[in-house]
Design a protein around this ligand. Sequence first.
Ligand code: GDP
Ligand code: IMO
Ligand code: MG
Length: 422
Amino acid sequence: MADLLLGLQWGDEGKGKIVDVLTSNYDIIARFQGGPNAGHTLEFDGIKHVLRTIPSGIFHSNSINIIGNGVVIDPVVFKSEIDGLSKFNIDLKSRLILSRKAHLILPTHRLLDAASETAKGKAKIGSTLKGIGPTYMDKTGRNGLRIGDIELSDFKERYRALAEKHQAMIKFYDVNIQYNLAELEKEFFEAVEALKQFTFIDSEAYLHDAQKAGKTILCEGAQGSLLDVDFGTYPFVTSSNTTAAGACTGLGIAPNKIKEVYGIFKAYTTRVGSGPFPTEDFGEAGDIMAKVGNEFGSVTGRKRRCGWLDLVALKYAVQINGVTQLMMMKGDVLSGFDTLKVATAYQYQGKEIDHLPYNIEPENVSPVYKEFKGWKADLTGMHSYDELPSELKSYIEFIEKEVEVPIKIVSVGPDRKQTIMR
Ligand code: GDP
Ligand code: IMO
Ligand code: MG
């Protein structure tokens, strides 16, 4: 059996922190989609780590970390992650293994991402520009290169053929993208050499055997449900299935082998990049959330847009993923507000609705809010549910009642220790 952990909003919910907290209960941590567009932050012993491709269980000596077939890997970013971890004396080569079927991000995929975004102008997605979209396009277009191809004698020729095709495509966009391919390729092939020192596996078979042997597996999602290519706010989404089904296709774990689905959400909402965000707050409240919550992208450093919790969107994500347990993050950031707002419905075409419609652009929906009394207490030093202010407990209990799933973890700070289990 495997459990699954994923984000229910627009990413950055705190997945990295919670995977790290839960890892001691699991033999295997497996990333199933996305790539270096992700930035998963872990904090403990006064140190902050941001992981991009490497699963968030890497700091625990008892667990094996797998990068699954659904992930797209940029060797250059992967190498920089490895280099960054070198000072921690982790036996990475035995604890980190890669699926042969995971696709490779080429330097030209990154350039194509930049060309596509530039060509879109004002309509740009706000991509992290890590080459994610173009790499998944090559995967579904059946042109991609995979980790397993590195082991083939003609890898360089295959690389060359694809990179040349990409160069022609970059020209087609007719935008001014400056690059020095020779330099980028030097860096790429050096990183490929570093990658080769790791074990490549057929991860679906590995995970099948692990399940048979009774090993426990935690699947780690990246991004969030509202960025899912099918169910998110298309076209302002990422290029993979970030929802529960993505764990099955991204690891080869059968649907009936998934047990708990942990859904993570912030006590408010953030979004980075373009696209609709019904509960976005453009006033003082949004600014306070951004400042107190330190809402700057872990990958791009961009300021995250902030707003109130959206229960319409949260319920939608819970349904699509079959969430069995919720984890509420960053409650501490809301301390100090006199009044909190939560969207419980949308005003849509003259009616009040409580589901996510096809189009949630501002001209189509406006949120209907319920107000809650805020609390003043600093939560960051609290260790048990009993200690929490009664107003926060009412907030939590209201969400549970609306969404019909229990909140099992309340996170009150970025550190591993600032985690309240219920
Ligand atoms: P992920 O992509 O889902 O792993 O989330 P990120 O790491 O991109 O963003 C979450 C940010 O919030 C990180 O800077 C975390 O250190 C921080 N964080 C996580 N949980 C809490 C919390 O409960 N309170 C506060 N104040 N910060 C938190
Ligand atoms: P984690 O795993 C937040 C957003 C980008 C952009 C859109 C498409 O850290 O939660 P892409 O680079 O995939 O082409 O970008 O998706 N995005 C994220 N936002 N957290 C992430 O990952 C994200 N990964 C992509 O900002 O709007
Ligand atoms: Mg993140």
